[in-house]
Design a protein around this ligand. Structure first.
Ligand code: 5GP
Length: 207
């Protein structure tokens, strides 16, 4: 790999299946994609490991990372800091990997403002009713939590039109393939093919 990779930001409602999609995508194409591990000040959930799902930080540690300009972006979500450490993302992009950030919408829009060539994708179930049914069907959340998630979805839906693509998660495997195709096609955007364009121009000078 010698070309720079594409920075891909993936957001979606809680219950959209975005975590599963990302996991499958990376498993199927580990030679192409690198998944960024975020830092957060929230407490680890059952089974979560430091450095795998997240880097778990204290507020002081997190604020030091911000002050030292080590974060690509960060946001406050549900009372906790979440952010993307910059070094890993830059290293992997330079190595030619497409780097995936699974982050919420405020952070996503900050990344796009800073790096306009970022590919922003928003994943959603086909309808609001299906979203509700999926959250209810998990059986792990009480009605109050589900109502909060639906309210959060309403807020997030306000910025979907700022994303480059909306991806409908109906059938999970189809969705994974579709996401992969979109990312692959993004490599043909002229902005990522500057060397091809230069070579063509050079070749044409002979004539
Ligand atoms: P959870 O606490 O459920 O793991 O994540 C809550 C939300 O934070 C999710 O929408 C997740 O995508 C988002 N998130 C995770 N990491 C980051 C990050 O590095 N930056 C931002 N802005 N959001 C993140």
């Amino acid at each position: 790999m010698n070309k720079k990779g594409v920075l891909v930001v993936f957001s979606g409602f809680s219950g959209s299946g975005k975590g599963t999609i990302m996991k499958k995508l990376i498993e199927q194409h580990s030679d192409t994609y690198a998944l960024s591990v975020s830092a957060t000040t929230r407490n680890p959930r059952e089974g979560e490991r430091d450095g795998v799902e997240y880097f778990f930080k204290t507020i002081t540690e997190f604020e030091l990372l911000i002050d030292n300009d080590e974060m690509l972006e960060y946001a406050n979500y549900a009372g906790n800091y979440y952010g993307t450490p910059k070094a890993y993302v830059e290293k992997k992009l330079n190595e030619g990997y497409d780097v995936i950030l699974e982050i919420e919408t405020q952070g996503a829009l900050k990344v796009k403002a800073k790096y306009p060539d970022t590919l922003l994708m928003f994943v959603t179930p086909p309808t609001a009713d299906i979203l509700y049914d999926r959250l209810k069907g998990r059986g792990t959340e009480d009605d109050e939590v589900i109502a909060k998630r639906m309210a959060q979805a309403k807020v997030e839906a306000e910025v979907i039109d700022k994303y480059d693509y909306i991806v409908i998660n109906d059938d999970i495997d189809e969705c994974v393939n579709h996401v992969h195709e979109i990312i692959k096609n993004t490599h043909d955007r002229t902005v990522f093919r500057a060397d091809t364009i230069d070579a063509l121009k050079k070749g044409l000078t002979k004539y």
